[in-house]
Design a protein around this ligand. Structure first.
Ligand code: GAL
Length: 684
């Protein structure tokens, strides 16, 4: 924990946030407890080594009990108490939820759903992202909080609002409608350009003026898809603009790094984090294991890697996770013993330099009272408390990992815009969901023991030996050109079906699918043949497939596998095209997990990327972080029995034990090998 003395305060400038050791933290809601409890809290926090706590996340109604009348006495006491105990503060601006007096005074700030109904106060985040009235009140609070604590030595990080867009990302009210029109005017300049982009000759939708345009409110039939897509873009931009307004207000009064907690998760897709990430001083993410998914732990790794991608490969912070159950899934499953340690260390392995929890002490009232916490209702005589104590020790023993970077030779292109577009209505098959396709590709890499970096469309690919592009349905010309020139220069790509189909306006590219990548892939498809529910296919190399097929002709590509069953019997399903100095693979169907992993191993071998499918098959997840001095090899055992791993000579950091050449990782456990650098010209 870095404390800054008074003399140093003025020298602080706004900068990136780099914790000196692994941050260990939590959301702390002292306002729910009496001051005697606070004393116990900080004593226990010190006992387990908490370095930073997020406070004042939902502070507004207490700080400003009447319009313009501020009372900071309680927050002052909490910050002083934490500071006196050497605990850093991740200070919320407090604007996440407006107090009831504000929504009573200005009901026009309330969000409106697509069916025109208001979302009332009584929960949280009841505000319209485009509301100038909300913004005015919120920024006044930010100015007050910012100037009061902006140079307080305990404050290490600013936490703008909370999970921006978690509930209120899409607002269809009249204020939003007007803001949407302005956004469209800035993007297209003329209404004719809107008509052209949205294809409004279809179904008599032509607009004569901007004043006729509405957000995509609930319609009788399917709505105009590009209108919906543009509204998604607008809504993402509006929330970012709101963040920037708070950030800029803070910038004026504080030199402390500023961030907000992202939600890189399977159930929230409203924010294009590629545009958001450059605006924060450190990327922070909230992740909750989602038991509604087929493979919750795979999604945890996916989310952690995608978060690292947003951070441009730099370390990031896990701002929230749960010690056990959440309260918002249909069945809120507890974590098995050891699972919380394992989950935390997976985030760390994949680039996190901080592990924090929602929340410190379990509430006794409110809708989150059955949400887990570091200090559960049972108190310190609990398994959870023992486990968080162990986690604190583990993070302490891993402090030299701080600042190191994950090593990956393979990239995956991921796009929120393609996600929005791919999942619009009226597609060939409702089973083709963008995130599902990305997860399938990720699983195939995971099962091959390949660590992957996520990159945005258009990103520089030159540092990677292989790039995987799952169902990039919407792609801009210039971003497709980056992929093509990467392959032309010697790169290898694997493109899966339903990629390159439309341009940025959701306009189909003509002349055969997959439009933007047809030449690169050396194939052409004249018709999609999505499969019936539950239908499966077999390929002539023995691969199994489902969901999708298409009638493809190989133009310049070599056919790797053809359909051996169904209507398209004999037609290419998998193709490989030598394109100038590189190679482009096409996967025209949804391969089953094993077949997909086998194919990616073949593509990886072709691109000279090492794979370790046998290690992965044994249940061991292996991820390496690298510093100038050492490699830190994280070994995560998902199997129900111990697994041996050859590596060394090394030191195992969690136990301190020397490792000659082999280590046994117990079932469910994590081990971290520190292997000293042997070469001086290492890539970091
Ligand atoms: C997050 C939120 C926290 C808490 C948590 C519960 O969405 O930021 O305030 O509600 O979920 O899982």
């Amino acid at each position: 924990m870095t404390n800054i003395s008074t003399g140093e305060r003025s020298a602080r400038v706004s900068t990136r946030y780099h914790p000196a050791v692994i941050d260990f933290g939590c959301d702390y809601n002292p306002e729910q407890w009496s001051p005697e409890v606070w004393l116990e809290d900080v004593a226990l926090m010190r006992e387990i080594g908490i370095t930073v706590v997020a406070i004042n996340i939902f502070g507004w109604a207490l700080l400003e009990q009447k319009p313009g009348v501020f009372d900071f006495s309680q927050l002052d006491s909490v910050i002083e108490l934490l500071h006196a105990n050497g605990i850093g503060v991740n200070l919320g601006t407090g604007t996440s939820s407006p107090p009831p007096w504000l929504t009573t005074l200005h009901p026009e700030i309330l969000p409106v759903a697509d069916d025109g109904t208001t979302r009332w106060p009584g929960g949280r985040q009841a505000w319209c992202p485009s509301s100038p009235v909300f913004r005015e009140y919120a920024l006044r609070l930010v100015r007050e909080v910012g100037s009061r604590y902006g140079s307080h030595p305990a404050v290490r990080l600013w936490h703008v609002s909370n999970e921006l867009g978690c509930h209120n990302a899409l607002c269809y009210c009249d204020v939003s409608a007007a803001a949407f029109r302005e956004w469209l005017r800035a993007r297209y300049r003329t209404i004719d350009a809107v008509n052209a982009a949205w294809g409004t000759t279809f179904w008599s939708q032509r607009y004569s003026s901007f004043s006729e345009v509405l957000p995509p409110r609930l319609t009788l039939s399917t709505p105009n898809p590009t209108q919906v897509l543009d509204f998604d873009r607008f809504s993402s931009d509006e929330m970012l603009s709101y963040y920037l307004a708070e950030r800029d207000e803070l910038r004026g009064v504080t030199g402390v790094p500023i961030t907000t907690n992202f939600m890189v998760t399977a159930h929230i897709k409203t924010q294009d984090y590629w545009s958001f990430a450059p605006e924060v001083d450190v990327v922070a993410n909230d992740h909750y294991v989602d038991h509604r998914l087929a493979d919750p732990l795979l999604e945890l790794s996916f989310s952690a890697d995608l978060t690292r991608g947003l951070a441009g490969g730099e370390p990031w912070l896990l701002m929230e996770q749960a010690t056990g159950a959440v309260n918002w899934q249909p069945r809120n499953l507890a974590k098995a013993p050891g699972a919380m340690m394992r989950d935390s260390l997976i985030h760390l392995a994949r680039g996190a330099d901080g592990i924090s929890f929602f929340q410190w002490r379990a509430s006794v009232q409110g809708s989150e009272k059955f949400h887990s916490a570091m200090l559960p209702h049972a108190g310190i005589h609990s398994t959870t408390w023992r486990e968080v104590t162990e986690l604190g020790k583990a993070l302490g023993s891993l402090s030299e990992v701080t600042g190191s970077r994950v090593v990956a030779e393979v990239a995956m292109i991921f796009s929120w815009e393609a996600w929005w577009a791919c999942d619009l209505d009226s597609r060939p098959s409702e089973e083709v969901r963008y995130l599902d396709q990305a997860h399938r590709a990720y699983r195939a890499l995971h099962e091959s023991g390949i660590t992957v970096d996520f990159v945005a469309p258009g990103a520089d690919l030159s540092g990677y030996s292989l790039v995987v592009i799952p169902s990039l349905y919407l792609v801009r010309d210039e971003d497709a050109a980056v992929v093509e020139s990467y392959v032309a220069g010697g790169g290898h790509v694997v493109v899966t079906y339903f990629s390159g189909i439309v341009d940025e306006d959701d306009r189909v590219r003509l002349g055969g699918y997959p439009g933007a990548f047809r030449r690169l892939l050396g194939i052409s498809t004249d018709e999609f043949f999505p499969l019936a529910e539950g239908e499966t296919l077999v390929l002539d190399d023995g691969s199994g497939a489902g969901i999708w097929s298409e009638r493809t002709t190989a133009t310049t590509a070599e056919v790797i596998a053809a359909y051996a069953s169904g209507t398209l019997h004999g037609r290419p399903a998998i193709a490989r095209n030598a394109y100038q100095r590189g190679v482009a693979w096409y996967v025209g169907t949804s391969l089953d997990a094993t077949s997909f992993a086998n194919l990616l191993q073949r593509a990886a071998a072709d691109a000279s990327v090492p794979t370790t499918p046998l290690v992965a098959a044994a249940g061991l997840e292996v991820v390496t972080r690298r510093s100038a001095d050492a490699d830190f090899v994280f070994l995560i055992n998902h199997a129900e029995h111990p697994v041996g791993y050859f590596g060394g000579p090394a030191t195992e950091l969690l136990t301190g034990a020397p490792v000659e050449s082999e280590i046994e990782v117990p079932s469910g456990a994590v081990r971290v090998l520190r292997i000293p650098a042997t070469s001086t010209d290492r890539q970091i």
